[in-house]
Structure formats: structure tokens, C-alpha cells
Design a protein around this ligand. Structure first.
Ligand SMILES: [Zn+2]
Ligand SMILES: [Zn+2]
Length: 243
């Protein structure tokens, strides 16, 4: 099954990409050119975030050279969230030593003294405060939207111009999906004012390969438009990009 990235810590990935470009993807340890993903530091400044460290202190190592954590105790606090991924099924394993459960949602986290760890929804408890809340909110919105999509029974109609479309009402807004051709569906969001659809003010989203994806995008966009909380809007925007 395809995995879907639900969230990425952009600051971290921007930082690592800058280092990657500078070091030409060469592992600092074995000097081989590989698909490098892991970042380590010579002098880590504890008062700064990982992506605010000095570039000259940062280096890249390949998976096989990265510090072996088998004998290090996993710290309880001080972790950073890097990425959340839906594997689509129970195909992952929580790497926390005392857990090792099969997982569907994968949280990639980082600790300056430990390195990388991939954990499941339960062990994401390692994260604190805002990040923990964010993980919870992202998963909640993602699952809720998927449930709505799966419950929806699509009924396509044909309009006078011969266009095939379907319509779904959600939060006093219309989602109209046009089937342009096989594997090409277009989503339009239409507000309703005084019971009339405001076609002229419609928002056009990009084209999607399936009607389900187009509908999912529609729900997410409406949720985003209706949300009054900036953090929440950000989560919904990111989920919309993941489709
Ligand atoms: Zn290496
Ligand atoms: Zn776990």
C-alpha cells in the first residue's frame, strides 16, 4: 500500500536539505555517496532547536554509519517531531525498545542525544505539549475526513452541457466534483448565501486522479475555510497537500 505523508517539519527538512546540497550527499563517515537522510552534530547547542544549529557543526551520515543506539537509554523528554506518515495498514513497527508493536501511523522523531526513532501513536507520548497535541489533531482530522469520504455514495449526474458531476453539501457549502475524463476529477467549492450557491465566488482546487480524492480535498478545504484557529488551518492545509 502507498504511504501518505500527513505532516513534515519543514524547518528541519529545509535545514537538512541545505546541508545535503553543501556536502554533495557524501557520508561523512564512510565517504560514500548514498541516499542520506540522517543528520548529526559535532557541537550541539542545547539552547537552540535542531534546525537552528550552526551549519558548520552539522554533518550527514548514511543509515549504516549513524550512531548505534542499541545500548543507549531512550530519553523521556526533549524529542522533536519530524514527520507523520500513514502506512495504509499495520505494516510498521514501533521502535521504542519496550514496545515493538505493529503500527499503521508512523511518527519519526529526533533527539539530539539519541538520534532518530520511529514510534506509533501510543509512544508519541515521548513528545510534549504542542507537538503532542498537533499529532493528535492531525490524525483526528485525517481519519474523520477519510470516514466521511468512505461513507459517501457517489451519484454522478449530467448537466445541460453534458458535463458529468456530483454534488455534496457540507457545512452550508457545496462541493462539486466534475469528472473531466478517466482519472481526472476537478473539485469546486461553492459557498451558499441566502440559500443560493455563489457560483461566481467558487474556489477551484487542483485535479485529482479519483473522485474520492477530489471529495476528500473538498471536505478538507471547507474545514480549513470554516476554521478560526490558525494552527488548525495549517494542519488542514498540509493534509490537503498530502492528497
Ligand atoms: Zn556511511
Ligand atoms: Zn510504541
Amino acid at each position: 500500500m502507498n504511504s501518505v505523508i500527513l505532516h513534515q517539519n519543514q524547518k528541519w527538512y529545509n535545514f537538512i536539505n541545505t546541508i545535503k546540497n553543501k556536502k554533495d550527499n557524501i557520508c561523512s563517515c564512510c565517504k560514500k555517496k548514498k541516499e542520506l537522510m540522517l543528520l548529526d552534530f559535532n557541537h550541539y547547542k542545547i539552547e537552540k532547536e535542531p534546525w537552528e544549529q550552526e551549519e558548520k557543526s552539522a554533518f550527514l551520515v548514511c543509515n549504516s554509519c549513524f550512531k548505534n543506539n542499541e545500548n543507549i537509554e531512550e530519553p523521556d523528554i526533549g524529542w522533536y517531531l519530524l514527520e507523520i506518515r500513514d502506512l495504509g495498514g499495520l505494516s510498521g513497527v514501533c521502535k521504542k525498545k519496550s514496545c515493538q508493536q505493529k503500527i499503521r501511523y508512523e511518527y519519526k522523531i529526533y533527539h539530539p542525544e539519541y538520534g532518530y526513532l520511529t514510534v506509533g501513536s501510543t509512544c508519541v507520548d515521548y513528545l510534549t505539549g504542542k507537538e503532542k497535541q498537533m499529532c493528535f489533531d492531525i490524525k483526528k482530522e485525517y481519519i474523520h475526513t477519510k470516514k466521511m469520504v468512505n461513507k459517501y455514495k457517489p451519484k454522478y449526474k449530467k448537466n445541460k452541457k453534458g458535463l458529468i458531476f456530483l454534488e455534496e453539501k457540507y457545512k452550508n457549502t457545496l462541493i462539486r466534483i466534475y469528472k473531466k475524463k478517466e482519472n481526472c476529477y476537478l473539485t469546486r467549492i461553492i459557498k451558499i448565501k441566502n440559500k443560493k450557491p455563489q457560483i461566481k465566488e467558487a474556489i477551484l482546487l487542483k485535479e485529482y486522479s479519483t473522485g474520492k480524492k477530489a471529495l476528500e480535498a473538498g471536505y478538507l478545504k471547507i474545514k480549513e475555510l470554516k476554521s478560526k484557529n490558525e494552527e488548525h488551518k495549517k494542519i488542514l492545509k498540509e493534509l490537503l497537500l498530502s492528497i
